[in-house]
Design a protein around this ligand. Structure first.
Ligand code: IMP
Ligand code: MG
Length: 178
């Protein structure tokens, strides 16, 4: 893959594969003693990451579902208030492994955690591929339980993450020019 138009690699496909395999094993260790754990994939960004992660999480009792979160902007504000879209699967008393692509401001995962607790989830384990701690909002989720890579506050694409719908299919994680 060459050419000036491709994003500059920040984390290679081989680095991703190694770290995601270890994260999958860590997820399995967290959930091994649970009776009916649920892996909940936050779409669309976490789809590629979760597909690889869950294949390294060999628990026969695990079920998998996905959830969409939309951001409703106010006026022309680029980022709005996140809201869970659609129905949640049955959660009462269950342990939920929440899988997202990136913990940025933390507002999305704070909203998801609130919704899951309101729906009766007993225990939440949050796993993100990326963490940008420098970008955290005071009302956002402060930290995830399992983190793949901590990165500087740059806009990144690839391995499921997009910019305007592009670059999700890149096999590596790239940084867009500042
Ligand atoms: P939040 O700011 O933590 O609520 O993150 C909201 C969502 O913004 C994430 O789930 C991603 O889908 C997206 N996002 C945040 N930072 C980036 C980035 O660097 N690249 C691509 N998407 C991002
Ligand atoms: Mg997302």
């Amino acid at each position: 893959m060459s050419g000036a138009c491709w994003p500059q690699p920040l984390i290679t496909a081989a680095q991703l594969a190694r770290r995601v395999a270890a994260l999958g094993a860590a997820c399995a260790a967290q959930l091994a003693a649970e009776r009916e754990p649920l892996a909940l994939i936050i779409l669309d960004g976490a789809a590629v990451f979760a597909a690889d992660l869950l294949r390294h999480c060999p628990l026969p009792q695990l079920t998998v579902a996905s959830l969409r979160v939309a951001s409703y902007g106010q006026g022309t504000a680029p980022q709005g208030v996140p809201r869970v879209v659609g129905e949640l699967p049955p959660l009462r008393g269950r342990t939920v492994l929440v899988i997202d692509d990136i913990l940025d401001t933390g507002l999305t995962l704070a909203c998801v955690q609130r919704a899951l607790r309101e729906a009766g989830a007993a225990r939440l384990v949050t796993c993100v591929l990326l963490d940008k701690p420098a970008r955290r909002h005071p009302a956002g989720l402060a930290r995830a339980d399992l983190v793949g890579f901590t990165i500087p506050p740059r806009f990144v694409v690839g391995y499921g993450l997009d910019h305007g719908g592009r670059w999700r299919h890149l096999p590596y994680l790239g940084a867009l020019p500042a």
